[in-house]
Ligand binder design. Structure first.
Ligand SMILES: Nc1ncnc2c1ncn2[C@@H]1O[C@H](COP(=O)(O)OP(=O)(O)OP(=O)(O)O)[C@@H](O)[C@H]1O
Ligand code: SF4
Ligand SMILES: [Mg+2]
Length: 357
């Protein structure tokens, strides 16, 4: 049975593009353009996609740093926007953020004790046993010395700083951590330690994670479910195993094919989608100010021009099936699992070598 701790329904976040002396809004950056997601309690949902696809914007809306243009965010079934200010504040405590860069996200002028204890001060909370003891416990929880509260961020390594960021995020005993590329700024040797810490904390505290990352290998390791984002929309989503092993969207397949699989034995069983260099993503993503008509991926899709339906008179410069250029595909089940969904008109016909169809 579904036990959703966090739900997102048709979420939209547009940023106005302002021009001229009067700073009139002349267009909108469609950073998030109709996203629906469910994070199950105690699980990790990995969110992947190229730079600029809207991952951080979605993350910021979920933790309340940004207000959505439209759509709903539900925490434990309660719509955040319909609550009173006090109710919203309470609910917001349940969803906390771990930021990408532990070098810039910690105030260099604050001691570690002040940083980790800041959420208590902001929310006017006095934990049982006092703030000092609570901060010590939090530092211990993330594997740091509880006696180091008077030290400053520059006295810690990158990995230790990210542990401080995690301790701060845990201060208010949240249910959900939104981790926006939490290990990308760290040395590879340290990344594994922080990932292991997050996994241990999940088990110990029953936490749920939305885990944003560029690195599909890291996501495969930590995530139970995966969502793939392109130009502000989810194009494929489902349990980790079917999404990685039988990707149904040409964009997901291209992302996967760029992931190096060092072990030939693994490569042999993983199919073409996991072979480095198998499929190439042409050019950069289009501007989210003016996304392509129809399927937003049609200007870069490697599959569309190869289909028998491809027409050279289709709108745009490359031959693609008319339906790709004119009709936005819905996110619907295409795999064996009903929860594995993809937004491609030709998902069922995908016949990349080694990828089951
Ligand atoms: N405050 C803002 N004002 C205007 N545009 C913004 C703002 N924040 C983000 N954008 C734009 O929204 C789009 C999505 O950005 P976002 O940072 O969410 O992407 P991302 O997937 O997190 O990328 P990356 O992988 O590089 O972190 C981009 O085109 C970005 O330029
Ligand atoms: S709908 Fe068409 S353009 Fe979009 S991903 Fe599928 S084949 Fe490619
Ligand atoms: Mg980002």
């Amino acid at each position: 049975m579904s036990d959703a701790v966090l739900q997102v329904r048709e979420l939209v976040k547009h940023y106005p593009v302002r021009r001229g002396l009067l700073r009139r809004s002349v267009a909108a950056v469609k950073a998030v353009d109709g996203v629906s997601l469910t994070l199950e309690r105690g699980r990790t949902l990995g969110l992947v996609g190229e730079s600029g696809s809207g991952k951080s914007t979605l993350a910021r809306v979920l933790v309340g740093i940004e207000t959505p243009t439209s759509g709903q965010v539900l925490v434990d079934g309660e719509d955040v926007s319909t609550l009173s200010r006090a109710g919203r504040k309470q609910l917001r405590r349940d969803v906390q953020m771990v930021f990408q860069d532990p070098y810039t996200s910690l105030n260099p002028r604050m001691s570690v004790g002040e940083i980790v204890g800041e959420p208590f001060a902001i929310h006017g909370i006095d934990p049982a046993g006092g703030r000092r003891a609570a901060v010590g416990e939090l530092l211990e929880l993330v594997g740091l010395d509880p006696d180091h509260t008077s030290r400053y961020p520059h006295q810690f390594s990158g990995g230790q700083r990210q542990r401080i960021g995690i301790a701060r995020a845990l201060a208010l005993r949240p249910k959900v951590l939104v981790c926006d590329e939490p290990v990308s700024a760290l040395d590879v040797s340290v990344q594994g330690q922080v990932i292991n810490l997050l996994e241990d904390l999940q088990e110990e505290l029953g936490l749920s994670y939305l885990f944003v990352a560029h690195d599909l290998g890291v996501v495969r390791h930590i995530a139970h479910d995966v969502a793939v984002m392109y130009l502000g929309r989810i194009v494929e989503q489902g349990p980790e195993q079917p999404v990685y092993d039988t990707a149904r969207h040409p964009y997901t397949q291209a992302l996967l094919s760029a992931v190096p699989v060092p072990d030939p034995a693994v490569r042999a069983t993983a199919g073409a989608a996991a072979q480095p260099g198998g499929l190439v993503l042409e050019g950069d993503p289009p501007s989210p100010v003016d996304p392509p008509s129809g399927c937003p991926f049609h200007t870069r899709c490697w599959l569309a021009p190869t289909l028998p339906e491809a027409r050279s008179d289709a709108p745009g410069s490359r031959p693609v099936p008319t339906v790709c250029a004119t009709e936005t595909p819905a996110l619907v089940p295409h795999g064996d699992a009903a929860t594995h969904v993809a937004a491609c008109h030709f998902a069922r016909e995908l016949a990349a070598p080694g990828v089951e169809s």
